[in-house]
Design a binder for this molecule. Sequence first.
Ligand SMILES: Cc1ncc(COP(=O)(O)O)c(C=O)c1O
Length: 392
Amino acid sequence: MNLVGSEKLQKMTASIFQEIADRKMEAIKNGKDVIDLSVGSPDFAPPSFVVDALVESAKDTSKYGYTLKGIGEFNEAVGYFYKQRYHVDLDPANEVLQLMGSQDGLAHLATAIINPGDYVLVPDPGYPIYEASVNIAGGIIYPMPLLAENKFLPNLHDIPKDVLQKTKMMIISYPGNPVTALADKVFFEKVVEFARTHNILVVHDFAYSELIFDEHPQISFMSIVGAKEVGIEFNSLSKSFNMAGCRIGYVVGNPQAIQLLATFKSNIDYGVFYPIQKAAVKALTSDFAYLREQVKEYELRRDALISGLEKSGWKVKKSPATMFVWAKIPSGWTSRQFAFELIDRAGVAVIPGDAFGALGEGYVRIAMVQPPERLTEAAERIEQFLAEVVEK
Ligand SMILES: Cc1ncc(COP(=O)(O)O)c(C=O)c1O
């Protein structure tokens, strides 16, 4: 049989992530010690009280059936968390929907909302599922450039009128992946106004809401006046509580949009394993000391990496948030060349920026998923690598 993937599949971009993984494996096979800073899967353990809740609940054999949708307790816990952390009031029954990770919702939302031919405004660079979800739905992507000179905020005035007339949805993420920038309240207020004027659903991805450094404020899009009328916000326990493999997240905000996604999901999945929901409730209703400690750990990692890179002569901007550094590479390289050579010669794996969109060219994304000592070592290897290539 000769089976070729669909046109939609061919538009997806698994290839570069796979290529980095293959190169990494090849280097390891050749006896190289590779410091893997490519994939954004947290290496920290979830809080022990969350693990205990999961284990305890897993002993109850009556809880192994389909759960269909989130238990009420979970929605209440999200409401509590949003109130405590971001001063946002939510109606747990209508303004919260549980997801199998925020990816589940991000992947399916476009299909639930748009028709083929509708436009969706998507950040470039941006997290790959944004674009993929629009392709799955048959929509048209209108990239919003995120440029350093604009503090990585899109310029909403640059979007042509005829595009806006056909636009149904826009996706933003602050702090985001791979661009780690934060947005201020004024920007979010402009987005609400813009969405109202043009009747556009705003989708804010807030997956890194709990990895914000240096006492910067954690601004939920939902805390902006009028946001619930025009928008929804995705969030997750993957990065906040290191539960990435548990596959549990949620979306909050506009009840109509949430209902549409819920209807879509009711056709394709049967819910999250009950003990995972119980563990998530425990996490969301804890005292948050864990979150404060974790931010400190990531700050240490970031500082170790940035100061190490500085020593190497590679000046990289300090991330204000997230588990990533979005690093402009030295001139004379493409992102891919740089990332490939870095694995082959220095044994450090990062992701080339063009994996996240055309404007990611000239950057690499470095994931801080190793302890500070290992990040310092990575920076030392990079220093040696840069010295060698300059001498060449
Ligand atoms: C920006 C962003 N959004 C969403 C996700 C999906 O996370 P999850 O499905 O684990 O909640 C990720 C994962 O890396 C991410 O980086």
